[in-house]
Ligand binder design. Sequence first.
Ligand code: ADP
Ligand code: MG
Ligand code: MG
Length: 495
Amino acid sequence: SSLRPVRGGVVGTAAPVVATAEGDDGRRFGQLAAPSGLVDELVEEALVWCSQHGLVVGDKNHPRSGKAPGVGLLHAPFALLPMSFPKVYWEQALELAPLFNELVHRVSLDGDFLQQTLARTKEVDPFTRRLLDIHSKMMELNKKEDIQLGLTRSDYMVDGATDKLLQVELNTISTSSNGLACGVSELHRNLIRHHERELGLDPASVVGNTAITQHAEALATAWAEYNNQSAVVLVVVQAEERYMYDQYWITVALREMTIRKTMAEIEAEGDLRPDGTLVINGRPVAVVYFRAGYSPADYPSEAEWRARLLIERSSSIKCPSIAHHLVGTKKIQQELAKEKVLERFLDNKSDIENVRKCFAGLWSLETDNIVNSAIESPELFVLKPQREGGGNNIYGDNLRETLIRLRKDGSNEIAAYILMQRIFPPTSPSYLVREGTFVRDNVVSEFGIFGAYLRNKDKVIINDQCGYLLRTKAASLNEGRLSTGYAPDPYVVLT
Ligand code: ADP
Ligand code: MG
Ligand code: MG
């Protein structure tokens, strides 16, 4: 067989089979078992399926793989078979999706809350400062966004100690992997259909994934609300993007409506008409769909910041608006977890209860005794800066040293971070397939539910869950590479 030790981060996507709580036989999160004689054959079949169905990413070993489509392709990393996933958590996460969508919107309307909560972060984090500057310019202009489109993803892990579904974070910009996640669910369904008897599984038990159809529909409906037949959906992309095929699933679904541009291109080619219409190459832009712009690396020069401001000043529908983007920061997540803060934004008592139930422990570093606890037991915490895209968090010894240094300096830099309770999900064995070979390893999973929210003034047009993403990684990564906090996981470019 092609067994090899885990090199670097093995992260795969899996499709879930929803197991009922009653059917719980101790394999609640287990990847479904494959007879060992069948594994090689299944892996080969899966690799062929990926190649023939676009379940691919750019190969980092190929110099042009992120720049042009069709060169240097590699199958996306995946778990060989679906995971069983307890129904109670699934349903809980589905129920939460529209609540978080509404919460994001309500918080986004409170400009002062965003500015004040991020005020100290702004002093020490130049990236957050630039975003806040654009936001305060819009506040000064009293800019109103009549039509708001949010394509979100709320990520969760199950805490093994308490059996609670806890939110890892809420993404409001560039929520990715909707395409790959749909592909993996199809892959698993096909494998199971083909080997139904040997595997003893029903292919229909693999939960279908609607992420692409629903996100594409939300974009198309927003486009229709903008009400200009000649307008386009502008997809904002990075100049180099090895995950372009994930994005193409959605742009292909909207084909004739979309154009892809980098921030630099938008700056060079974009214009605002006096009525606020954003025009690119003569085409008015109905919707700006960001699949870039969430990280400092996306703004290598002032040109990109000018593009972001141009977009924000325009009458195009922004997915997300600058306010929706800011609501997704870790600092806002931490503030919302404070006592009595949710009550400012949600009315219904049971909604507030349900949202609060999924909050893990979250603290600012101004709380002295929690910093002491984290220095004492760093393995129980995660230290997070205001960043997106994976690979930015600090764990273990590195966490302790960082806190000690920040405290000694007495610097304001502590305001750049938040502390979070470390979640320890249950582990289970799984086959992870990457770069054409598989490893059997103990894994943990993170479960995301996509959401869509579209409103035009007082009318909520869409507020729904939109399919799922189940990511699986070797459990050893928690103590190994990830715990050192360096090197972004090569496959978690997800926001
Ligand atoms: P990003 O916006 O960069 O994706 P996340 O908050 O999702 O930031 O953190 C990145 C990864 O770190 C997550 O996908 C998860 O694997 C891990 N992680 C984050 N928070 C926790 C936590 N509280 N406990 C355990 N792991 C976590
Ligand atoms: Mg994120
Ligand atoms: Mg994340």
